[in-house]
Design a protein around this ligand. Sequence first.
Ligand code: 1QQ
Length: 388
Amino acid sequence: MRSRRLVCLVSLYVLMSGVARSAPEPIKIGAAISLTSNVALFGEEQNRGLLVAEDYFNSKGGIGGTPIKLLIEDAAGDEASAINAFHSLMRKDVVGLIGPTLSQQAFAADPLAQKAKFPVLAPSNTAKGIPQIGDFITRVSAPIAQVAPFALAAALQKNPKLQTVVVLYAQNDAYSSSEAEVFQAAVKAHPALQLTAVQKFQTTDTDFTTQVTDILRKKPDAVIISGLASDGGNLVKQLRQMGYKGVLIGGNGLNTPNVFPVCQKYCEGILIAQAYSPALDAPINKALLDGSQKRFQKAPGQFTAQAFTAVQVYVEALQALAQKQNISQMKPSDLRQALLKQLRQGTYETPLGTISFDKDGEVLQKSFYVAAIRMNPDGKNGAFEFLK
Ligand code: 1QQ
């Protein structure tokens, strides 16, 4: 009886240690993105990219057999929420952070991660100065200075007679202000163009009568909008409703299908530069397209692709590190430091194309695109039509 009980205990032990060996503790990656507030128009797309990546890389064996686990926290739309989300994730001892959604939030939250020596991979911060926050800060989102001018060039190509331009931007948002500077400089640098006016608004504004009235008086050939999807989308709608017929160029803040319900049929024709093309012919892009379709029945947009890419960079850097040392034995702070170093050295075949990083942590990306919004006749849904 006694020996039988012993045999039982021993076999239970063997069984459990076997289970423990076949299911190692997952490696935790933290993501702080906007799941609530107006900024969730972007965060919702990012969330899909994160989840598709988690599924995909785990289906491929994770990090040498150890799965990854994404801890996703809501960074809402403001600085304080982003700070809280970063704090909460760092307490959970993640190997690195992804987020926050807005540059405006990153300037507030990233310094905390920098101080605590947690790597940050920004999936959507495009304002000038993000990687320069500190040496733990890296981004996969190309700087707006590099991306935005493509939209202006495309507008000129489509409308060679373009001359007068008005730039509008959300002055309380870091990305919007940064992008508006880039657009102004591009307009001024072009011999055929003339910057007629620069106007400001707030991301919290809902009534743009003042700005639109002034634009209707000035009659510019083109209007450029640097704002977020909610305010920027409403501005587009009010411009068209009050009779503006010229060319519309949108910034990165309008770069989401979630803007369609905001400006509805009036979104038609907005030109927006892109850091991702769904047409990229690469196996990893196919994985993203298939994964998005299967899990969400949706085609990925730029924010989804960039979030997927952030996870991919962490996964591949961890894999490379695991080739060299036993990462499960490392002290968490040492692992984070080594991970940062490793990820900065790598070259990655991503849905954004081949990317790597410069010494500051700025992404080096080769291809950019421009798309025009095409709305369906019902004005409810639409698509981004990529220009040749
Ligand atoms: C930034 C942006 C926004 C449009 C991301 C959603 O580019 O804040 O940097």
